[in-house]
Ligand binder design. Structure first.
Ligand SMILES: Cc1cc2nc3c(=O)[nH]c(=O)nc-3n(C[C@H](O)[C@H](O)[C@H](O)COP(=O)(O)OP(=O)(O)OC[C@H]3O[C@@H](n4cnc5c(N)ncnc54)[C@H](O)[C@@H]3O)c2cc1C
Length: 194
């Protein structure tokens, strides 16, 4: 049993994993590496002038790995159901159980449908926290949008989902705010170069 099971390792799923794991929730990501980012070149990701989509994914994967996310590349989630204390996710390998579920499967909405999440037309119905109609289950990124598919929006959805999970866990609204002295504590005099 982990804290958060995330299905999909594109910008949405890995950003959810980053925020959750960085703030103390054990996170497992299942991903089949079909992210559209492998077809993209980003000129529109704020703070980054120009980056190949696969290079962006490599950096993001290294970032989540550095915080200790259990990233299971090449593992496909084949089914998901609610349990008494969370969710059971069947895969083509070992099953995973988690107290929270984040779906981040791009434009594929099959798992959300089989879980019984409400839809708004063709897309999964979520509020601004990205929570679905199923308590503790979140849907993020391309699966909650008819079009308007952008990497930064998916990443933002993943962050919103993780922060809402953290707020539930801590019983108050939660921010992941760091300040320069945090970087100095980690990197010392190398903070600006790191
Ligand atoms: C040609 C092209 C160019 C683009 N150019 C840009 C651009 O310039 N700027 C920009 O912002 N956006 C661009 N995009 C869009 C951008 O790639 C998407 O908005 C973004 O990748 C969506 O992120 P996501 O995390 O929601 O889904 P995805 O990136 O699609 O990730 C979903 C992941 O879930 C995995 N998955 C699905 N089902 C399962 C399952 N059952 N079990 C395990 N894993 C599963 C998939 O394999 C995939 O890795 C472009 C897209 C394309 C196709």
């Amino acid at each position: 049993m982990t804290d958060v099971v995330i299905v999909g390792g594109g910008p949405a799923g890995l950003t959810a994993a980053l925020f959750a794991q960085k703030n103390g929730l054990e996170s497992t990501v299942l991903d089949t590496d079909g992210t559209w980012m492998h077809k993209a070149h980003l000129f529109n990701y704020p703070g980054i002038g120009s980056i190949d989509g696969s290079a962006y994914m490599e950096t993001l994967r290294e970032q989540v790995d550095s915080f200790g996310v259990d990233r299971r590349q090449g593992t496909k989630a084949t089914g998901v159901e609610e349990t008494d204390d969370g969710f059971h996710v069947a895969t083509d390998g070992d099953a995973v159980e988690g107290r929270y579920l984040v779906l981040a499967t791009g434009a594929n909405r099959d798992l959300a449908e089989s879980l019984g999440c409400a839809f708004d037309g063709d897309v999964v119905d979520v509020d601004v926290t990205m929570e679905t109609s199923v308590d503790g289950a979140y849907a993020t990124g391309a699966m909650v949008r008819i079009e308007e598919w952008q990497a930064v929006i998916s990443a933002g959805d993943g962050a919103a989902a993780a922060l809402n999970i953290l707020s539930k866990e801590k019983g108050e609204h939660y921010h992941d705010f760091d300040v320069p002295s945090d970087a100095e504590a980690v990197f010392g005099g190398m903070a600006d170069e790191a």
